[in-house]
Each structure stands twice: as structure tokens, then as C-alpha cells.
Design a protein around this ligand. Structure first.
Ligand code: FES
Ligand code: FES
Length: 158
């Protein structure tokens, strides 16, 4: 076992786990942060989508040894704090569009949505349908149309 230190939702944490343990299990089982969901464990379903240093990533496929003390991980639990509000504007849009069905994929969908909007803005533009087509998060309940509407609405408030 080895100590690993990184930042989660604004707080520095240190965990004592083997180097090869994937970050998703550290978040969920060691730190009790269960917003990132487990679906496939092999970077396909995207249910675990969170942010590392502001960009979308999938912690099921990252070893805990591959993050360091300066890496900032944000999960759905910490998303509102990034804008200093009770809910992030993308979460508000999600509620207004009544997106969720079973809900399992939804934290990952929202994290992917926010990262997609931020990436477009960093490139000096707004999101397009092509950007939305690139979001690969699986929804077994088929809420894709509402997801797209909510992302467009949420983007106007970010
Ligand atoms: S659980 Fe991480 S991509 Fe499926
Ligand atoms: S809402 Fe059920 S998997 Fe997406």
C-alpha cells in the first residue's frame, strides 16, 4: 500500500491504497463519493465521468498512482461549488427539462455536458450539434433527446 495525495472537490485528500487501484474505486469505496457511477469499468459507458483539472475524464480507467497532489478532481458532488451556487446551471437545466429517468447515467451526463461547454468556450465558440454528437455517455433509458435540450439550455446560463 502507498499513500496517494490529490484534490477532490476542493479538498486535499490522502489515501493508502495500492498504486494500481482505479480512481473510481478510491472515490466510491475509500472516500464515499458515489456520484460517479460504475457501469463498465473499461472507459466505454462513461457513467463515471468526472473532471480532472477541468476536463472530462473517466476515473474507472485511471490508476490512483497517475494523479498527484496538484491534480484537482471534481465529481458531481463538487460541481455546484465551482460556480458558488447550490446547483450548477447545467443541473438546473436538467431539472427544468426533467431529463432523468432511472437516473443512473445522469451524473456522468451532466459532467460531460459541462466539460463540453467549457471546452467550446475555451476555443472561443458556443457548442454545436457536432459537439453534442461527440458525447458518448450511454443512457440505457434513452433520454438522449432531453439531454441535448438540457445541454443547450444550460449552456446559455454558464
Ligand atoms: S464505468 Fe467508467 S466508463 Fe464505464
Ligand atoms: S436515465 Fe437511466 S440510464 Fe440514463
Amino acid at each position: 500500500m502507498t499513500d496517494h495525495t490529490f484534490i477532490v472537490n476542493g479538498q486535499s485528500v490522502t489515501v493508502d491504497v495500492d498504486d494500481d487501484v482505479r480512481l473510481l474505486w478510491v472515490l466510491r469505496d475509500v472516500l464515499g463519493i458515489t456520484g460517479p457511477k460504475y457501469g463498465c469499468g473499461i472507459n466505454v459507458c462513461k457513467a463515471c465521468t468526472s473532471h480532472v483539472n477541468g476536463k472530462a475524464f473517466n476515473p474507472c480507467s485511471v490508476r490512483v498512482a497517475d494523479v498527484g497532489p496538484d491534480d484537482e478532481i471534481t465529481t458531481i458532488e463538487g460541481l455546484p461549488d465551482t460556480v458558488g451556487r447550490d446547483l450548477h446551471p447545467m443541473q438546473e437545466a436538467w431539472l427544468e427539462h426533467d431529463v432523468a429517468q432511472c437516473g443512473y447515467c445522469q451524473p456522468g451526463q451532466i459532467m460531460a455536458a459541462v466539460a463540453t461547454v467549457k471546452r467550446a468556450r475555451a476555443e472561443g465558440r458556443e457548442i454545436t450539434d457536432a459537439d453534442l454528437d461527440e458525447i458518448r455517455n450511454v443512457c440505457r433509458c434513452g433520454t438522449y433527446n432531453r439531454i441535448r435540450e438540457a445541454i443547450k439550455a444550460g449552456a446559455t446560463r454558464m
